[in-house]
Design a protein around this ligand. Structure first.
Ligand SMILES: [Zn+2]
Ligand SMILES: [Zn+2]
Length: 152
């Protein structure tokens, strides 16, 4: 299974987009590969797939700090729409920040430039943060206790 939750392996799912071998054919494919890149801490790919006008306000350093301070545990795809020049993807990215279980619930907008999709912007919906105790079951699905799994 790929990091993004698809059935295929990472090598045939998100990796070809991340290493530049293939262009993501849809907003959803791009979004999934960006999620995988966050998980891997590949800030350069995330930066490069921002729409050009958004790159200045999202420096690689900040992307990298966010990616490295969080542990992404699951991507939940809710909806995606692909029109010819714009597209939308609604998703929940589940991650841990220290002992907080957080959900980024976002409807993202993508634009197509010269045949390639880029992330433009997103509407973020308010989600609760859940504080985890060391003995809680880890929310990643491992069935292990938090302290024996994603606890840092
Ligand atoms: Zn993938
Ligand atoms: Zn875990």
């Amino acid at each position: 299974m790929c990091i993004c939750g698809q059935e295929q392996n990472f090598e045939v799912c998100c990796e070809p987009y991340i290493n530049g071998g293939k262009i993501a054919p849809s907003p959803e494919a791009l979004m999934r590969s960006r999620y995988s890149a966050y998980t891997l801490g590949n800030a350069k790919y995330i930066y490069n797939t921002y729409a050009q006008e958004k790159q200045a306000e999202n420096p690689i350093k900040e992307i990298s700090e966010f990616a490295n301070s969080c542990q992404f545990i699951k991507l939940e795809m809710i909806d995606s729409q692909d029109q010819s020049e714009t597209g939308y993807v609604e998703f929940k990215a589940h991650y841990l920040f220290r002992n907080l279980y957080c959900t980024l619930y976002e409807k993202s907008e993508f634009i197509k430039v010269d045949g390639a999709w880029f992330y433009l912007d997103g509407d973020i919906k308010e989600t609760p943060e859940v504080k985890l105790n060391r003995n809680d079951v880890c929310p990643c699905g491992s069935n292990k206790k938090f302290k024996k799994c994603h606890y840092k």
